[in-house]
Design a protein around this ligand. Structure first.
Ligand code: ADP
Ligand code: MG
Length: 700
């Protein structure tokens, strides 16, 4: 149960003065990214992007065009528009020693304005100045006060990120009201951290940010903002740590392999495992054999050979009598895994089945029956693996491949079908260390660095679109020499077709040249069509496949040696890297052609430069981080990266680890959050919307 002291913060925003349904809808757009209903609390965490300091005074004659200035003026005269002259504004003329200015009000009411700006009075007015024909005017000043009032009024005003239609004044008022509603909250941060970082309490931090005295109060790296950033990280890390704690506790069980099937697999592999693979397999086997649940992330660049590592893990589970589920993000990948692993599985006496949304009727029923009866040891598939109606005889290991699309809790829920099932998450996105913590929480990490031996480097060249016909000619010679090529076009939206070269169009053009040696795969094709096209390419029935980014993740055709990426300037760095990773997977030398439309912007040239310089995914990820900022690194929405509204890697990266350590320590001492500090931390979790984590607590 949420402590009742927080109730005012979780009320609907319409409980605030002046906020009706229309403004509430604007606040919803402005403040909430994930579809939850906007609450009073969300206003608190909407921090200023700057401030207007009305203490600095300007003079009329030198007020800059378009600048916001604060003037001390004497009110001279009022000039109301004549009767019926609706389009003429009401003007109040005022002056200082340097000149005269018109304070302009459209549809201003005399009575109100005469009271607001009495003739003869000296007033402070503040707003944007515009010059017409050498005369200055201030339209609807944002701020008007007598000298006396100005002594007590706050002359420093926060400026907030806005959304269309919302009045800044109203937003400020609403935020001021939420500050009044803020209850006194007990400190939840470790006192040692508070002291070391000189953090203000949560209340004074929020007040300082929303009612700043000067720029330093709202600096990202300043104590107030940093404190809130730390709160945000702490809430996130604590939620992750709670999931992890629950998961580890939940009756894990030792899965000890005999090594029999693993041995058969090794014998059947057409290559020897790399040192990195061996090390990862050993770590995974150790985790699986331990009584705790495994919670491990296998990070390895594209083509580094993660699949076989997963297979060795699944073999150990089978040896220990348990089933494994291998979850892929798309049907293509699920099918590819199934097809690729089948032969090896056969050699090891492992039974494997593919289950996707496409299985229906009798066939599906038969597969489900085999899974429920335990006749199948490895189930490969898409989300369908975790739908209702899929019962496992004894699911002991869940492997999630290439999964940047799940949230942390979602990932954990995948293991719910099993009895203390172990979890192995494999990602090809070379996420920098700081971000691993944010994206995956406190998981154990195995890194596969380097590629399998014998791989040749990929030659990367950048070529402007003008030389398209050259490239087509070279593609032709490559095909004549028996090579296989990918030709990637950016994703096509019907409506955006205009300047993006549609994959279909490119396909037709190339087909006109090369006939049926050309295939096509795009996102709008049905699953069967995609499979058929990929199968043709894999088997060499087609030699060039025109594709949208559906091939980005994981597709494995070792014989493909050339990838042409059209409109390379439109792709992000990690996407380019992922795409390039489709080639260079076999023993032949490969190349990547980045076709771009000139002129290249600064960021696009920087990206292409990095691509030409390195193939190291981790370095590319670091560069990407520099070019884009972490929010965009994986595309926050689809990445399962938590969304931080206050904290940023740029200013607060260091705090993430402090928060991780703090969260870990808290749970060691107070696993159910029942101590006074534990209670305070529950409030923190609610404030940052980590209700799910609280439900993991016994007394939650
Ligand atoms: P990813 O890590 O991108 O999922 P895969 O597991 O798909 O990579 O492996 C890429 C290719 O490398 C596959 O064709 C696989 O058979 C091959 N491979 C994996 N391990 C080795 C190895 N140790 N030596 C040679 N080739 C390997
Ligand atoms: Mg893979």
């Amino acid at each position: 149960m949420r402590p009742s002291i927080l109730d005012p913060l979780f009320a609907a925003v319409t409980t605030l003065e002046g906020v009706g349904p229309k403004v509430a809808a604007q606040l919803q757009t402005l403040l909430v990214a994930n579809g939850a209903e906007v609450r009073v609390r969300d206003l608190l965490f909407h921090l200023p992007s700057g401030l207007i300091d009305r203490r600095k005074r300007a003079e009329i004659a030198t007020a800059p065009e378009g600048g916001i200035v604060t003037l001390t003026v004497r009110i001279d005269r009022h000039q109301a528009p004549g009767r019926g002259q609706k389009s003429v504004p009401y003007r109040v003329f005022a002056q200082d020693e340097t000149g005269e200015i018109a304070l302009t009000y459209f549809r201003g009411q005399s009575a109100w304005l005469e009271k607001l700006l009495p003739v003869g009075e000296t007033m402070i007015v503040s707003g944007r100045v515009e010059w017409f024909n050498g005369r200055p005017s201030m339209v609807h000043p944002d701020f008007v006060a007598t000298l006396e009032e100005a002594e007590t009024l706050s002359l420093v005003e926060p400026v907030y990120p806005m959304t269309a239609g919302l009045s800044p004044k109203l937003l400020r008022k609403a935020i001021a009201e939420t500050l009044e509603k803020l209850p006194a909250l007990d400190e939840w941060i470790d006192p040692a951290v508070v002291a070391r970082e000189a953090y203000p309490g949560i209340g004074s931090a929020l007040r300082r940010l929303h009612d700043p005295e000067d720029e330093t109060d709202i600096a990202h790296a300043g104590p107030a903002w940093s404190r809130l950033a730390y709160d945000e990280y702490l809430a996130s890390q604590l939620a992750l740590a709670l999931s992890r704690q629950r998961m580890k506790k939940a009756r894990g069980r030792p899965l000890v392999g005999t090594g029999r099937m693993a041995g058969l697999l090794r014998a059947a592999l057409p290559f020897t495992l790399t040192e990195g693979q061996e090390a990862a397999i050993a770590e995974i086997h150790t985790d699986m054999a331990a009584p705790d649940r495994m919670l491990r992330l296998l990070q390895g660049d594209v083509g580094s050979g993660k699949t076989v590592v997963a297979l060795m893990a699944m073999a150990a589970a089978a040896e220990a009598g348990a089933q494994s589920a291998l979850l892929a993000p798309t049907e293509i990948l699920a099918r590819q895994h199934h097809d690729g692993l089948s032969k090896l599985c056969e050699a090891a006496g492992l039974s494997i089945v593919l289950l996707t949304g496409r299985d229906t009727g009798r066939a599906r029923a038969a597969k489900l029956a085999a899974i429920a009866a335990g006749e199948v040891q490895i189930v490969v598939g898409t989300h369908a693996l975790f739908q209702e109606g899929v019962d496992y005889a004894d699911l002991g290991l869940v492997v999630v491949d290439e999964q940047h699309r799940f949230g942390v809790h979602q990932r954990l829920s995948l293991t719910a079908k099993g009895r203390g099932a172990d979890l192995l998450v494999m990602t090809a996105t070379p996420i920098p260390r700081t971000l691993v913590l944010a994206a995956f929480g406190d998981m154990d990490v195995s890194r596969l660095s380097g590629k399998p031996a014998g791989r040749k480097p990929i030659t990367t060249v950048a070529v402007p679109m003008e030389r398209l016909s050259d490239i087509v000619g070279r593609a032709g010679s490559a095909m004549d020499a028996g090579e296989r090529l990918y030709w990637v076009c950016p994703l096509v939206e019907e409506s955006e077709k205009s300047d993006l070269m549609a994959a279909e169009e490119r396909f037709r053009q190339l087909q006109a040249h090369f006939g049926d040696r050309i295939g096509l795969v795009h996102g709008r094709m049905s699953g069967e069509e995609k499979d058929a096209a990929m199968a043709d390419f894999k088997a060499g029935r087609t030699q060039l496949v025109v594709a949208t980014t559906v091939i980005e993740v994981g597709v494995d055709v070792p014989d493909a040696t050339i990838i042409v990426i059209e409109h390379a300037e439109r792709f992000g760095l990690s996407q380019l890297h992922q795409l390039r990773g489709r080639v260079g997977r076999g023993s032949k030398a490969s190349s990547c052609v980045l076709l771009y439309r000139a002129p290249l912007g600064e960021t696009a040239s920087a990206r292409i430069k990095v691509m030409r310089e390195t193939e190291d995914g981790f370095r590319i990820a670091e560069e990407d981080l520099k070019l884009r900022g972490e929010g965009d690194l994986l595309g926050t929405q689809q990445s399962g990266m938590p969304y931080f509204r206050i904290a940023s890697m740029e200013h607060h990266a260091r705090l993430m680890e402090v928060a991780r350590d703090d969260a870990r320590m808290i749970l060691t001492r107070d696993p159910e959050l029942t101590s006074p500090r534990g209670e305070a931390l529950r409030a923190l979790l609610y404030l940052f919307g980590k209700d799910e984590a609280i439900r993991l607590l016994r007394s939650g």
